[in-house]
Ligand binder design. Structure first.
Ligand code: NI
Ligand code: MN
Length: 227
């Protein structure tokens, strides 16, 4: 089994039979978070890019738990300098981890690290678990090569819908058409006023325009993947 839990903003936890993964663990300072960094015990942390609302508590959590952090090469070097165990990747690259295979995917956005360091290129992840494939798009604009990722067979796509910093609800519907996932989960909205969105209105458009099932998770809610 695998359980996907929304922790607010772009942060998701994936619990499999043997491992816990945490994506973009922005909890401290996240106005919608219902969990603290100390409540998280991941084996692996995945970072889509260097912005503070994604790197979040990754360093503190990894230092405390010994988790391995998957990130692009530049962020992985930055983590190494802080005594964090990391695994550097780059876009297009795939690697087998104990929990499954991960492909780092392209994203159109920025990636500067919280201290101003150069954070390389932003990314997303295709996370290929034995129980299904999850795509976390990271922060990105719509791009038509999402079709190519869709060809890999996506069970759950996680897409930003907040607009302003990323694609908005309309483009997230178009992204869903490209990706053809079984289910699509919105993120990166309602954390702050500039990214306020009506997720139920978006879900209605997904239902009428695509074959995917929209799943709007409240913070703390989960969905189960089963093969
Ligand atoms: Ni960002
Ligand atoms: Mn962001």
């Amino acid at each position: 089994m695998a359980r996907l839990t929304f922790l607010g903003h772009s942060c998701f936890e994936i619990v499999t039979d043997e491992h816990t993964l945490l994506i973009d663990p922005f909890l401290t300072g996240n106005p919608v978070a219902n969990r603290t960094a100390d409540d998280c015990s991941p084996d692996f942390i995945l970072l889509t890019h260097g912005h503070a609302d994604h790197v979040g508590d990754a360093v503190a959590i990894a230092q405390r738990t010994g988790a391995t952090v998957l990130a692009n090469y530049e962020i992985s070097e930055w983590l190494t300098r802080q005594g964090v165990k990391s695994h550097g990747m780059q876009m297009g690259g795939e690697f087998s981890f104990p929990f499954g295979r991960v492909k780092m995917t392209i994203a159109f956005h920025g990636s500067q690290l919280p201290d101003g360091s150069e954070g390389g290129n932003p990314a997303g992840f295709l996370i290929k678990l034995p129980t299904g494939t999850i795509y976390h798009a990271g922060d990105t604009a719509l791009f038509s090569d999402m079709r190519l990722y869709g060809e890999e067979g996506i069970d759950v796509a996680i897409l930003p819908i907040g607009d302003n910093y990323t694609m908005g609800p309309g483009d997230a519907v178009r992204a869903t058409k490209f990706l053809e996932p079984r289910q699509v989960v919105p993120c990166h909205f309602n954390t702050w006023p500039p990214i306020a969105q009506d997720a139920q209105a978006w879900a209605h458009e997904v239902r009428t325009q695509t074959t995917a099932e929209p799943v709007v998770l409240a913070v703390g809610d989960s969905l189960e993947l089963s093969s």
